[in-house]
Design a protein around this ligand. Structure first.
Ligand code: ZN
Length: 272
């Protein structure tokens, strides 16, 4: 866990997403939580020494962001689409993922259930605690219900997985055109720091690189379609694995993620 501004803490060294929290005069607001139950429990204990937890915000519905909700009795806030995406998840799916990471984690998950967000919004939601404001902004891209959490008093934005800083980008449920527009909107925020969904904390200078990687991916698949390649042929041909490492613990999934990215972009570009 690292303090990145006066009141903002982030951990970019865990397997899973980058969880963070903000300390306000009226308690703690969390942004996502660690994926591995033992990390979440450690995280929860460390936070308890700093104040009362008030809210947990989910930036998207992928398991590496929402698995830990179960460990927090507090109110979960997210986009309405993230709540709806909980229908496509199952306890078994989450258990299988954790088992694959480390079977010794399973006893910590006794009684596990999927804890869905209970406060949702569609375009924008403001939360005020003490002298802090949290602006939750719908910015579709990595997923349809992706949000950013902008905290002007700390000059920080949590972008979730719309930013993968110097690690492989997952496009398997993406909307590439919307994603590029969302990156432009992040560019307009008055911030010094970006907390990405994966990879180290960065600043706005990285947004261009993230955008051009999405453009390159899209162009490679568009070119394959132009050449008449089938989806399978495109999957066999296209890989950007040499560009960035996979995030922590995911190296073995590299080739699969490339195939998932091609499949998604192929379908998007074919209008399916
Ligand atoms: Zn994700």
């Amino acid at each position: 866990m690292k303090q990145v501004t006066d009141n903002v803490y982030v951990d970019t060294g865990l397997r899973g997403c980058n969880p963070g929290f903000v300390i306000t005069e009226e308690g703690i607001v969390m942004i996502d939580s660690p994926q591995r139950p033992s990390d979440t429990l450690k995280w929860r204990d460390e936070m308890k020494g700093k104040g009362e937890i008030r809210y947990l915000i989910n930036t998207e519905p992928h398991p590496d962001h929402i698995t830990g909700n179960f460990f927090f009795p507090e109110t979960v806030v997210a986009h309405q689409g993230t709540r709806e995406a909980f229908c496509s998840l199952s306890v078994n799916m989450i258990m299988d993922r954790i088992k694959a990471i480390d079977p010794e984690e399973l006893p910590l998950m006794e009684g596990y259930f999927l804890k869905a967000p209970s406060i949702t919004f569609s375009e924008r939601l403001f939360l005020y605690l003490g002298h802090h404001s949290f602006e939750l902004i719908h910015l579709p891209g990595h997923t349809a219900s992706q949000i950013a959490v902008y905290i002007p008093e700390e000059r920080v934005v949590f972008t979730g997985d719309n930013v993968f800083h110097k690690v492989q980008t997952f496009l398997h449920q993406s909307y590439p055109d919307e994603w590029l527009r969302s990156l432009k909107r992040i560019e307009d925020l008055d911030v010094d720091l970006i907390v990405p969904g994966h990879g180290g904390v960065c600043d706005k200078s990285y947004l261009k690189e993230q955008a051009s990687f999405i453009e390159e991916w899209t162009e490679a698949v568009r070119e394959a379609i132009r050449q008449g390649l089938s989806k399978e042929e495109a999957q066999a041909k296209i890989s950007f694995l040499d560009r960035y490492p996979m995030d922590i613990g995911l190296a073995a999934r590299g080739p699969e993620v490339q195939r998932m990215n091609v499949e998604r972009l192929y379908d998007v570009l074919k209008g399916r």
